[in-house]
Design a protein around this ligand. Sequence first.
Ligand code: KG4
Ligand code: ZN
Length: 336
Amino acid sequence: GIAMIVLGVESSCDETGLALYDTEGGLLAHALHSQIAMHQEYGGVVPELASRDHIRRAIPLLQQVLEQAKLPRTGIDAIAFTQGPGLAGALLVGASVACGLGMALNKPVLGIHHLEGHLLSPLLASKPPEFPFIALLVSGGHTQLMRVDGVGQYTLLGETLDDAAGEAFDKSAKLLGLSYPGGPAISRLAEFGDPAAYTFPRPMLHSKDLNFSFSGLKTSVLTVVKQTAANSANICEQDKANIARGFVDAIVDVLVAKCVTAMKQSGLKRLVIAGGVGANQQLRAALNAAAAKKRFQVFYPELEFCTDNGAMIAFAGAMRLKKNPAAATFDYAFNV
Ligand code: KG4
Ligand code: ZN
């Protein structure tokens, strides 16, 4: 195929990510600005603030990746941006930057589905998995098991019927008074917890399908927090850690069990983890143990590419264009 340098633009939520991916030379540069600190005092992402911050950050980050790669603007062959799903105002910033640049440089522009970016992100690792594989996509907005036979060949095997895994992490963390985003915080706290103190329900653990449900888990956490607080006026640090541990053990158990079932049902030998919750160390340890026992391989994205980033969008765009050079067009449907 022809060599191409693709610019990736991610702005679907609270991370502005820019990256340059070379179909011959791999990832040339990537830069990210996280808005976490800005949203923290509100306990979650404030859409209007997110949009405005993307506006401030996008062009400086673009200049940064061009400098990193020592590439003039005109060296960009195509532009991929996150088309959705995400916050409309936030997405609009990335779409405008990408399309404006494409228009100015007379280069093709391609909208990428955010989840496809996550799904393909493990392929950016130094030892990428081959197709076909099973993918567990665990982000703040989605929890899905997919069969991936190639770029664009995705079969949904199961998904959450209510909250996403990351959402369960964030909401339960909030109930424990931890700051946003709660996933990493509750995971760290759980390390100090007694696993025998609380046992939370494992929703849908024994259902034969590959669907998930996590909203009940959050309700159980709420109930226990209320009971504990009622008993001791103020919930102490050790109680918090114990609850965190009970929560993490429950969610990890369900995620691992469904992955094992998917591997068994598909007969495939490669499992790929993608999305923010894929950064979770307890989940990784449990998956590694299950993989060793059940004799399949498990692949993870680099830690920095688990959560939202521009590299996965540049990469997904490059893979799409490699498969079909006509994939990019200015006539995209802005479907959020
Ligand atoms: O993929 P992502 O960056 O954004 C979405 O597309 O949603 O995922 C963000 C989610 C948040 O819910 C966050 O709490 C969770 O990933 N997360 C974690 C960890 N790091 C991020 N959850 C558990 N453990 C972590 N270490
Ligand atoms: Zn994401």
